[in-house]
Design a protein around this ligand. Structure first.
Ligand SMILES: Cc1ncc(COP(=O)(O)O)c(C=O)c1O
Length: 312
């Protein structure tokens, strides 16, 4: 047996990367390439939002190319409803199955979801708009599926940038997909390892501060497993109007968001009540790399005071 001095197998662990202006453009290019000459649907999680400013980063790429779709249920804690996934695969011809690693966290049903999709002959797209760092720095997602998308501006201080990564093993797809030239952004020039550590530390610290207001706030992901790198810390607002709290916090200078505050109209309240329930209560607190303990303490204090003010 011969052992080479250096690695020579060019597609060993290769992840072909293509750059776009945003993640949705990469997703749409992927969909176009996969559906060529095929009929079938894209399977999407029933927790997708919309805003008048941004549209829907997940759903617009699907409707713009006229692709048929079906949604699988998510629980009111934003976990995959595995039974509903099975039902969807049984009742529909799925050619692309999408899993979203919301806020950087990986669903316990990730492996099962991917193997159900592959057994049904579908390719899997991992939407890593929030979870690029759980993939690159944590290694906990982006490898079981066939492709992933990143949204650089959601984790790094840049105002645009999307990446589509094709995992090795999908050479046919790789030759069909064109890169949008000129958009290459060297995201590896940021110290992604340290950014990931900082985000994890911030999420742990902020979660601890939230424990002081347990009557008013639940943490949606109280456990952060190894490798998880949060994009934000998702919390549930229990006793006051989330919309009012959002307004007050932002007026006071604390940039919170609510992903997603409005479901796309195709995800109806009647069929997906749990998605709507969560959508009304969720708030996402920043844990990004620019924040230190002092800012986090300020944020937690502001949340506490704002909650108290709204209850009066
Ligand atoms: C889960 C998810 N996927 C994809 C996107 C699209 O990202 P981009 O704004 O880079 O197109 C977004 C945001 O809109 C998102 O929240």
């Amino acid at each position: 047996m011969i052992i080479n001095k250096k690695a020579v197998i060019v597609d060993n662990y290769l992840r072909k990367a293509m750059f776009y202006k945003n993640a949705r453009a990469g997703f749409q290019t992927f969909l176009r390439a996969v559906i060529k000459g095929k009929t079938g649907k894209v399977l999407l999680p029933a927790y997708i939002g919309w805003s008048s400013k941004e549209g829907s980063g997940v759903f617009d790429p699907v409707t713009e190319i006229g692709m048929d779709y079906v949604f699988y249920k998510m629980t009111d804690q934003l976990y995959i409803d595995a039974e509903d996934v099975k039902r969807c695969f049984k009742k529909n011809k799925i050619i692309v199955a999408v899993i979203i690693h919301y806020f950087g966290y990986v669903d316990p049903a990730y492996e099962d979801f991917v193997s159900a999709a592959h057994s049904a002959g579908a390719v899997v797209l991992e939407d890593e708009a929030h979870s690029m760092l759980s993939d690159i720095a944590g290694g906990v997602c982006g490898r079981l599926g066939d492709a992933s998308i990143y949204s650089l501006h959601k984790l790094l201080p840049v105002d645009k940038g999307g990446v589509l990564l094709l995992n090795s093993g999908n050479k046919a797809l790789a030759s069909d997909i064109q890169c949008e030239a000129g958009d290459i952004f060297p995201y590896w020039e940021y110290d992604l390892f340290t950014i990931a550590q900082k985000r994890r530390e911030n999420a742990v610290a902020l979660a601890q501060m939230m424990q002081k207001i347990p009557d008013d706030v639940d943490i949606l992901r109280p456990v952060m497993n190894d490798g998880i790198v949060p994009q934000t810390l998702p919390i549930i607002i229990k006793n006051v109007s989330r919309d009012r709290l959002y307004e007050v916090m932002n007026l006071r200078g604390y940039g919170v968001v609510s992903l997603y505050h409005t479901m796309i109209e195709q995800i109806t309240k009647e069929r997906f009540p749990d998605s709507h329930k969560l959508s009304r209560k969720i708030m996402n607190l920043p844990v990004h790399q620019d924040l230190g303990n002092e800012e986090l303490r300020g944020l937690a204090d502001c949340l506490k005071i704002s909650l108290a003010g709204l209850k009066d």
